[in-house]
Each structure stands twice: as structure tokens, then as C-alpha cells.
Design a binder for this molecule. Structure first.
Ligand SMILES: Nc1nc2c(c(=O)[nH]1)N(C=O)[C@@H](CNc1ccc(C(=O)N[C@@H](CCC(=O)O)C(=O)O)cc1)CN2
Ligand SMILES: Nc1ncnc2c1ncn2[C@@H]1O[C@H](COP(=O)(O)OP(=O)(O)OP(=O)(O)O)[C@@H](O)[C@H]1O
Length: 196
């Protein structure tokens, strides 16, 4: 808090939000479709039975269709639920009707949905305003995912609109990495390697 890097991130966050807001509906719809298809085609998703997605709102990638598709495929689909002190947990849903707006107006699992331990999650789709070539991300500024992903051992994937992809985002020591970044054009991280 209050470090130079966190100030730079805050400014960058504002710029990214503004640029994302300026995208036309057509650009957004095209890019959402491509990104979701890349994710659906990803071999790590095929291997995963229990996945944590997020419910995209505002300038984020629309994930409602993706959530339904993975439910229809018989996967165990979890979404994040915010807890006090910027903590988060995963809860499994069986339909989009299991969701209700949380304190940020983001649809989140109702209290009747079962909590799924983090260690049971094969794959986490991580939200972010943008990602960089090393798999670093710029989130919404709550630090929820940084805390949640600390020491997480499974597969993490970020979807990033190509025009927002960064070479080197400013990083703080606690910032979480993702293993794979997918853009509309393909997988840009990890560059041609076969990271787990
Ligand atoms: N779709 C989605 N769900 C998600 C996340 C996400 O990024 N996307 N989260 C990922 O963490 C968690 C919610 N995190 C959030 C963190 C901050 C704000 C927020 O409104 N922030 C303030 C400014 C905060 C700041 O910059 O200091 C704002 O935007 O006005 C909203 C959600 C859990 N669910
Ligand atoms: N593991 C952690 N333990 C304690 N504090 C943390 C941890 N990770 C991040 N923080 C703190 O949380 C605050 C927000 O972090 P940051 O700006 O990286 O959020 P973000 O990754 O953009 O947000 P989000 O994950 O909610 O999308 C910072 O003050 C950071 O120091």
C-alpha cells in the first residue's frame, strides 16, 4: 500500500479501464468470442474436471455463455465469493440461477452453494484488466486473486485482449502469476514452452 509501484499500478488501472470502456460493442463481441474459443480449445481445460471461472461484468470478457457451456459439459464449475479482509473462496454452482449480486454487484454463488477447497480446483480462469508477456496481471485492485493464488499449484489461465497485452507490467512482490495468457491471436505465454 502506498508504494511507488502501487501508485503506478493505480494509474495504469485507470488508463486501462478507460481504454476498455472505449471499445465498440462489435470489437468487444468479436474479441470475447475469440478469447472464449481459445480457452475452450485449450488442452488444459480438456484435462480439468473442476474449474473456477469468473462472471465477467463491465469491460470484462463476457463469460456467461462459457459458464453454461462448461456446466453442460458436466464439469464442476465454481465461481469466486468474496469474504471479509479481501479473502475469497470457491463455491460450486449447477446453474446460473445459483448466482446473486455480491457487494460489487458481480453475480456470485449464493450461500447454499457448496464451498470447494482450493486444492480440488484443477484450473482457475483468472480475471484481469490486462496481462503481460511473463504472465503477470493487473487486477481490479482488491488483491483478492493475489491472496487466493498464493502457493496455488494448479493451472492458471488469463484471457487478455490483444491490444491490451503488455510487455512488462509493474509488479509488486505479492502479485500472482498465471501460467498461460491467451489472446485472440493465440497463446502468448508461456512463449512456445510446455509449462505445466
Ligand atoms: N468478474 C469478476 N469477479 C471477481 C473479480 C474480478 O476481478 N472480476 N475479483 C477479483 O478480484 C473479485 C472481486 N474483486 C473486486 C475488487 C475491487 C473492486 C472494485 O470495485 N474496486 C474499486 C477500486 C479499488 C481500488 O482501485 O482500490 C473500483 O473499481 O472502484 C471490485 C471487485 C471476485 N470476483
Ligand atoms: N498475499 C497477499 N497478502 C496480503 N496482502 C496482499 C497480498 N497480495 C496482495 N496484497 C495487497 O493487496 C492490495 C491490492 O493488490 P493488487 O493491486 O495487486 O490487486 P489486484 O491483483 O489488482 O486485485 P484483484 O486480485 O482483486 O483483481 C495491495 O495493497 C497488495 O499489497
Amino acid at each position: 500500500m502506498g508504494t511507488e509501484v502501487s501508485k503506478v499500478k493505480q494509474i495504469l488501472r485507470g488508463q486501462m479501464r478507460q481504454a476498455l470502456a472505449e471499445l465498440s460493442d462489435q470489437e468487444r463481441a468479436w474479441s470475447d468470442g475469440e478469447l472464449i474459443q481459445r480457452f475452450l480449445d485449450h488442452p488444459k481445460l480438456a484435462q480439468a474436471q473442476t474449474v473456477m471461472l469468473y462472471y465477467g461484468v463491465g469491460h470484462e470478457i463476457r463469460t456467461e455463455g462459457l459458464i453454461q457451456t462448461l456446466l453442460d459439459q458436466g464439469k464442476t464449475v465454481c465461481l469466486p465469493k468474496c469474504l471479509p479482509e479481501n479473502q475469497m473462496e470457491a463455491r460450486a454452482i449447477t446453474s446460473l440461477e445459483d448466482l446473486a449480486p455480491d457487494r460489487y454487484a458481480i453475480p456470485a454463488p449464493k450461500d447454499t452453494c457448496p464451498v470447494v477447497e482450493r486444492e480440488k480446483l484443477d484450473l482457475i480462469l483468472v480475471p484481469g484488466l490486462c496481462f503481460d508477456s511473463r504472465g503477470s496481471r493487473l487486477g481490479q485492485g482488491g488483491g483478492y486473486y493475489d491472496r487466493y493464488l498464493e502457493d496455488y499449484d494448479g493451472v492458471t489461465i488469463g484471457l487478455c485482449r490483444e491490444d491490451f497485452f503488455q510487455v512488462n507490467l509493474p509488479r509488486e512482490p505479492l502479485d500472482a502469476w498465471v501460467r498461460f495468457v491467451l489472446t485472440e491471436e493465440g497463446q502468448v505465454w508461456p512463449m512456445g514452452t510446455s509449462a505445466k
